[in-house]
Design a protein around this ligand. Structure first.
Ligand SMILES: *[C@@H]1O[C@H](CO)[C@@H](O)[C@H](O)[C@H]1NC(C)=O
Length: 372
């Protein structure tokens, strides 16, 4: 696959002041000639890894261990093998994985995302053994080292199955969101700056995230990402009026930048920009689920709801993007009343993730006058 640089008017160029030094003008020319996408990490084609695959048939329990795939939609970097269903990490970094599976009529659905064959990261579950078909989804961000593997593990038991048809119901995707800093810095310095084009006093022209005003490389920054899970349930109790408390978490997959506080359950925006958030919550037996994504002191942005009071467990997922300013907080609120709960156990049904997709360069690169 070939990646052509896209020349586009880049935000932030005006922060280079070519009027004072001619060398800066040369920098600007060099910079303009090779601007790719200014704000889409990872920045270079060789630091890309992404796959998306689907499966158009069911898998009955005890017939195979991993979910395999018959259609590969994309496989940038060739790190995913659809025949084994295994992603093998080549570039260390933080990866986002998402999957959706169909529930087979009269069977239980249980699919775990596992790392290196043994370490369960999160799961999709549906315990209703009724006739109907439906689907469940899960997604998390995890940190991988080279040669780490990730696949979807099935229960090897005939009570379990996953459903698909040519629809297809079963999908699995993953991509590298943030390559590890050390590897990408090394890569940029060693391979992307032809010495003959490097002007003294200028940053490497390929470095699209150089902070021209502050004369320092901001490299991989700004970066912000978190992904967390709960291993226990939370049962609501009616105790009269009180402060709405955030759902807290005990497992931290990633917390790049340290902007998520799992004790308080709050993500606090440091780098202004556009963020993606996703959460999945388990439904507790005989309780309803009502979990809201909140900002600030309690503005509801999105929610999941499931008022089925049966004794079965299942899950619900939701996602959205938000434009955040520095200091904005984002958190989950589970209805704190009798009759409501969030289910989780060691399989990690309940997860919450968020990451910076596009930083607001106008503010970040010092163009905004409020950032002197
Ligand atoms: C995280 O939240 C807890 C509880 O609100 C608080 O005590 C703690 O200071 C916070 N940690 C940081 C690093 O802000």
């Amino acid at each position: 696959m070939k990646f052509l640089p896209i020349l586009r008017p880049a935000a932030g160029l005006t922060s280079c002041r070519p009027s004072r030094h001619i060398s800066h003008l040369l920098c600007l020319v060099a910079y303009l000639s090779c601007v790719t996408s200014l704000n889409i990490p990872p920045m270079t084609p060789n630091l890309r890894s992404a796959f998306s695959a689907t499966r158009s048939s069911s898998v009955l329990g005890a017939s195979q261990r991993a979910v395999t795939f018959d259609r590969l939609l994309l496989n940038i970097g060739e790190d995913f093998n659809p025949d084994t269903g295994t992603f093998r990490c080549r570039l260390p970094g933080a990866y986002y994985f998402a999957f959706t599976v169909g529930k087979f009529p009269k069977k239980i659905l249980s699919v775990m995302l596992v790392k290196n064959g043994l370490e369960v990261q999160a799961m999709a579950y549906d315990g209703y053994r009724n006739h109907g078909r439906k689907m469940q989804s899960q997604n998390i961000m995890i940190s991988l080292k080279p040669m780490d593997t990730v696949y979807l593990l099935l229960q090897e038991n005939q009570d379990y199955a996953i459903y698909s048809n040519i629809g297809p119901y079963i999908t699995f995707s993953g991509y590298l969101v943030y390559p590890d800093s050390t590897s990408s810095v090394g890569y940029l310095n060693n391979h992307l700056s032809p010495p003959d084009l490097h002007l003294p006093g200028c940053p490497p022209f390929t470095d699209t995230q150089y902070d021209w005003k502050r004369r320092r490389r901001i490299g991989e920054e700004p970066r912000s990402a978190f992904s967390v899970a709960r291993t226990t349930s939370v049962l609501g109790e009616s105790k009269g009026r009180r402060e709405r408390e955030a759902l807290t978490f005990d497992v931290e997959y990633v917390n790049i930048g340290g902007h998520f506080n799992k004790t308080s359950g709050h993500f606090t925006c440091y780098f202004p920009g556009a963020y993606y958030f996703a959460f999945t919550v388990g439904k507790h037996p005989r309780r309803a689920v009502s979990v809201k994504l909140m900002t600030g002191r309690g503005e509801v942005r999105a929610m999941v709801f499931d008022e089925d009071l049966s004794r079965r467990r299942e899950m619900q997922s939701q996602s959205l993007m938000l434009s955040l300013k520095r200091g904005d907080s984002v958190w989950l609120y589970s209805q704190q009343d009798d009759g409501f709960a969030v289910y989780s156990n060691q399989g990690r049904y309940t997860t919450f993730s968020g990451f910076l997709v596009y930083p607001d360069f106008h503010q970040y690169m010092g163009m905004d006058r409020t950032f002197p």
